[in-house]
Structure formats: C-alpha cells, structure tokens
Ligand binder design. Structure first.
Ligand code: PLP
Length: 475
C-alpha cells in the first residue's frame, strides 16, 4: 500500500538536501544582498494563482523555494541585517525547530504534552535565574511581545476590576506608557477594550526615558477626572533608541494608585543575562507585576519566542482560566495546564528551541556574544562621532546606534536608501525630536567586528557618493 505521507526514503533524501541547503545558506549568507532586489508583485507573479490539483515532486518544490522564495526574501538572519532589531536563529535553535515540527506537539494541558509543559516551566525558570528575577515570577511562552503585553494588560484589568471577566469592560480604566513605548502597548489596550482614548503617552526626558514627574501628573489628573489608573507599562530598551525607563520610580507611582505594572523588556531584557548589566536593566523589575522578554530578539532563538513572566500568576489564572469538559484531565489538581495562562489554547513546543540554545551556548558564551555586540556598537558610535559629517542622535546604552548625516531629512533618507540598495547592509530609521535618523542594531550571532567595519565603510562611501552627486547636480 502506498503511504499517504512522503515515503521514508524520499523524506531522508530530501531531508538531507534541506539540511545541506540550510548549512550552506548560513555559511555563505554574506554573499547575499540583505534586502531582496524585488518590487511588490514580483514574487506573486511567479506563483500559480491556484494550488495544484495533484501532488508535485519535492525536487520541484525545493527548486522553486531556491529560485522564487529565497531571492524574494529579506535575510533577517544576515549578519549585516541591522534594521529594526537585529535578530538571529542560531544553528542549535534551527535544529530544535525541525524536531519541534516532527513532534508536532500541542501543549495545551499537561496531559496533551507532559514533556513540553514541564520543559517550558523549567526553561522559563532558567531564564528567570539568568535575569536575576525572584522565583515568585512564573513564566510562560507566547509567540510575540505584542501578545505578551496584551496578556499583561488583561491581567491588569482583572487586578483592578475583578468583575470585568463576567460583566465586561468598564470605560474608565486607563493605561500609561511613554511616548517612546512600542505600539504594541496601545494595540493591547485597543484589543482589550480600554480604547485608545484611555491610553496616556507620558513625556520623555532628553535621553528618551519616561519622566516620572509627568507620569505622576497624568495619574493625578486622571483620578481627578474620574478615571481609574489600571496599568503602567515602562520599557527596558525602547524600540527607537533602546532607552531605559526608570522602572523603580514608575512602580512606586503605580503602587500609590493601585495600578498593575507590566515591564516591556522585549528587546533590552536579553541583555540582563550579562551580569554587569543586570543591575542597570532590571532595577525595580523585581517589584513589577509582569515582564516580557523576547529570546527571538537577542537570545539567538528562532522567531517566535516571547517569554511572559508574572509575579501574580493567581491573578492571571483568575483572568483567563476556563476549562470546558472536553479539556478536563485527571491531573488537573497536580499538574500545570499552560492553557490556563493565556488566551491561546494551542501551544507550540517553543521551549525546545530555547532549551537547545541555552544548553548549546551556555550562560557565559551567550553573555559574551551580547557583550561584544554592545562593544561594537560603542565603537561604531565613536567612528560616527569622529566623522564631522555625522552626528549621534541618541545615547546608545545597548546595541543600537541612532545617527544622522548633518543636513536635511531628505539627505538622510537618500543615504539610507543608498546603503540599503548596496545589498551590503540593511538599516532602518526612526524620527527623534522631529528629525529623520538612521538606526543600526547589532545583535546577530554571526556578526563579526569586520561586518561592523564594512558597514561603516559603506556608510562613508555612500555619503561621499551622495555629496558628490548633489554637488555635480548643483553645478
Ligand atoms: N516591545 C518592544 C520594545 C519592541 O522593540 C518590539 C518589537 O520590536 C515589540 C515590543 C513587539 O515585538 P513582537 O514583534 O514580538 O510583538
């Protein structure tokens, strides 16, 4: 009888080819342009409009993967991908992802996957130890920080208004975050029914950190207007500049009003595994109610892997636990059922990749890699400062440098476009104090100091070419 799935021998052969392709891709990735040279529609033009009626040989599928998908791909795993936040899927993490797909586990309750449930709990306590968080923090894994933060906001609502679960949302609950917070905070408030009008964006200081005085004023003013402060979200490592909000002061203010504190450490949290950085990054986080950190950003773990910790798991379960008859098990009273800690029922085996990565590299090596990213960022900042054509646009406390060429926004936009068109590197941008600035994030496990040097040389060369072309044009 023909098996329904791919036969064993064919799978082995194709599997070896796939593994070889992955290994060669990662080894030779520097030869590829970081950004694909495609226009919108170029990829879809090569794809049939309808799916095949009958099966196709795996060789044809792999050929189209190589010829259509790869050239249309932005290479996030490239060591000179410096846009947004530089991330990486390290090799041990990639192997674990393949194994996770093979197991195809759905860890909704302990019984549906004892190993995935218990590994998730254990790996989360490993990371908690590396971050120096108290063991009162219970952790679980979601796909993204946006979803983790939304869960923080849901728990905050339960904490402040325990009846919301049954009665629904009331209109006076407010959320506070800085002007520099990630949009996921506002989105979380929108999705959970707080409404954008109830989100306060607190002003920042000249280093882009939330101003406690402005937070205090907003809290006071809202209470006077009949609002009920519910959730305050400081950030450790903001998206635009990696600024670090004063979490301890924010917690103290939130406590005066009985509000929940959720700390967004999606990016910066990973750097707290470096022992000498921990005090600066985690100061006050131990007092917060919840915290998110994304190993898929800066802990060499393939996307998606976002860790959500809470020091009040009881509140969390109160907000979201709901067990229909068909999910009840004999172990409900003695085992952790992860579905009780979030909206999703289904749960991928995400802890497997983090386990592989943490064990393969170990704490010291992971901290050393992060340390070198920060060191190269400082070097990059010093090169920028030493070139009179450029200026730094923000402090660089972690591994992101914000800078601009002295001149118009348009000039900077053109420079960034030229750098990105070169294929050598990918930079992204933000706007600080009303000015367009370029951002260069260093965080890929394969990045070398020589990559950073090459990017700086490319920036200088493209700046020369840009100045020359505008001088020629104005002649
Ligand atoms: N928080 C911060 C500080 C971020 O920088 C980002 C994304 O870059 C997010 C949250 C959202 O992350 P995710 O894509 O995992 O939802």
């Amino acid at each position: 009888m023909t098996p329904s799935d791919m036969p064993h021998e064919e799978f082995l052969e194709a599997g070896q080819e796939v593994l070889r392709w992955i290994a060669d891709y990662l080894e030779n990735i520097r030869d590829l342009p970081v950004l694909p040279r495609v226009q919108p529609g170029d990829v879809s033009a090569q794809l049939p409009v309808s799916a095949p009626e009958t099966g196709e040989p795996i060789e044809d599928i792999l050929r189209d993967f190589r010829n259509i998908i790869v050239p249309g791909n932005t290479h996030w795993n490239h060591p000179r991908f410096h846009g947004y936040f530089s991330v990486s899927a390290s090799r041990p993490g990639i192997l674990a992802e393949a194994l996770s797909a093979a197991l195809n586990v759905n860890a909704m309750v302990w019984k549906s996957s004892p190993a995935a449930t218990e590994l998730e709990v254990r790996v989360l306590s490993w990371v908690r130890e590396w971050l120096g968080l108290p063991d009162t923090f219970f952790g679980t894994i979601y796909d993204t920080a946006s979803i983790s933060t939304m869960h923080g906001i849901i728990a905050a609502r339960e904490f402040v208004d325990p009846e919301s679960r049954t009665r629904g949302m009331r209109g006076d609950l407010t959320v506070y975050t800085s002007e520099h917070a990630h949009s996921s905070v506002e989105k979380g408030a929108m999705a959970t029914g707080f409404g954008q009008d109830n989100v306060r964006k607190i002003a920042v200081d000249d280093r882009f950190r939330m101003l406690p005085g402005a937070l205090a004023a907003a809290l006071k003013e809202d209470v006077a207007r009949g609002k009920r402060p519910c959730c305050v979200v400081p950030t450790v490592g903001t998206t635009s500049t990696t600024s670090i909000d004063p979490v301890r002061e924010v917690v103290a203010l939130a406590r005066e009003y009985g509000a929940w504190v959720h700390v967004d450490g999606a990016y910066g949290g990973s750097a707290a595994i470096v022992p000498e950085l921990r005090a600066q990054l985690m100061d006050g986080v131990e007092l917060a109610d919840s915290f998110v950190v994304n190993p898929h950003k800066w802990m060499f773990t393939p996307i998606d892997c976002s860790l959500f910790y809470t020091s009040r798991p009881d509140v969390f379960r109160r907000a979201l636990a709901l067990t229909p008859e068909y999910l009840k098990t004999a172990q409900d009273n003695i085992a952790v059922n992860l579905m009780e800690y979030g909206v999703p029922l289904g749960r991928r085996f995400r802890s497997l990749k983090l386990w592989f990565v943490m064990r393969y590299f170990g704490h010291q090596r992971m901290a050393a890699i992060i340390r070198s990213h920060i060191e190269w960022t400082r070097e990059m900042a010093s090169w920028i400062e030493a070139d009179p054509r450029f200026e730094l646009s923000a402090p660089a406390p972690l591994a992101l440098v914000c800078f601009r060429m002295k001149g118009s926004d348009d000039l900077n936009r053109q420079l960034m476009d030229r750098i990105n068109a070169s294929g050598i590197a990918f930079l992204s941008h933000t706007v600080l104090n009303g000015r367009f600035v370029m951002r260069m994030s260093i965080g890929n496990v394969q990045t070398l100091r020589s990559d950073v040097e090459l990017v700086w040389r490319t920036i200088q060369t493209e700046a020369d070419a840009l100045v020359n072309s505008s001088t020629t044009l104005s002649k």
